[in-house]
Design a protein around this ligand. Structure first.
Ligand SMILES: [Zn+2]
Length: 174
């Protein structure tokens, strides 16, 4: 009950310009974000700085937390929509919760949000989190690769029923 707040960010949050310095609470991510942030030098530089001065902590979730995340993703039908890194983000939230924190995931990924909800883990959208860039999203099905327009009303692929993924296409400073 009411443990210290731990904010968990995924790669899209960084691309969108999430500012770890303005966050209330400790900020965490998984080691893979460093690899995922390619070709975007400003985001990468910000990430590096935040790690170096200890504002962002990278942690590998335990095998136990990871299997809890996978189990829940399977149960929710979101397994196919989640990458290994997505799964680790969820697992890290599970783990921090077991350590007494109140975790909150910052993500725009529908599948991560859905599994987090099931695990009673709070989440918030990057878009609502004081982001300085207007992202253009590519909306697609990770299973059958069908693409959808950005304003598509459902989170579910109408061809195969898989939960859709969003990824940032480009960003323009507002
Ligand atoms: Zn599909």
């Amino acid at each position: 009950m009411g443990g210290q707040r731990a904010i968990i960010v995924d790669t899209t949050a960084f691309i969108a310009g999430f500012n770890v310095y303005s966050a209330h609470g400790e900020v965490y991510s998984v080691p893979e974000v460093e690899k995922e942030l390619t070709g975007d030098s400003i985001s990468k530089l910000r990430l590096k700085m935040a790690i170096e001065d200890g504002r962002l902590k990278l942690r590998e979730p335990s095998a136990q937390a990871l299997s809890k995340a996978r189990e829940t993703a399977l149960e929710m039908g979101d397994f196919l929509s989640l990458s290994e890194v997505d799964m680790k983000i969820i697992a890290l939230a599970v783990q921090l919760k077991s350590e007494g924190y109140t975790p909150e995931i910052i993500t725009d990924d529908f599948a991560i949000q859905n599994v987090a909800k099931r695990l009673n883990v709070k989440y918030a959208s990057v878009i609502t989190h004081g982001i300085k860039y207007q992202l253009r999203w590519v909306l697609y099905c990770p299973a059958c690769h069908r693409k959808y327009p950005p304003d598509y009303k459902s989170e579910i692929c109408e061809s195969c029923g898989t939960r859709l993924k969003r990824k940032p296409m480009s960003k323009d400073p507002m």
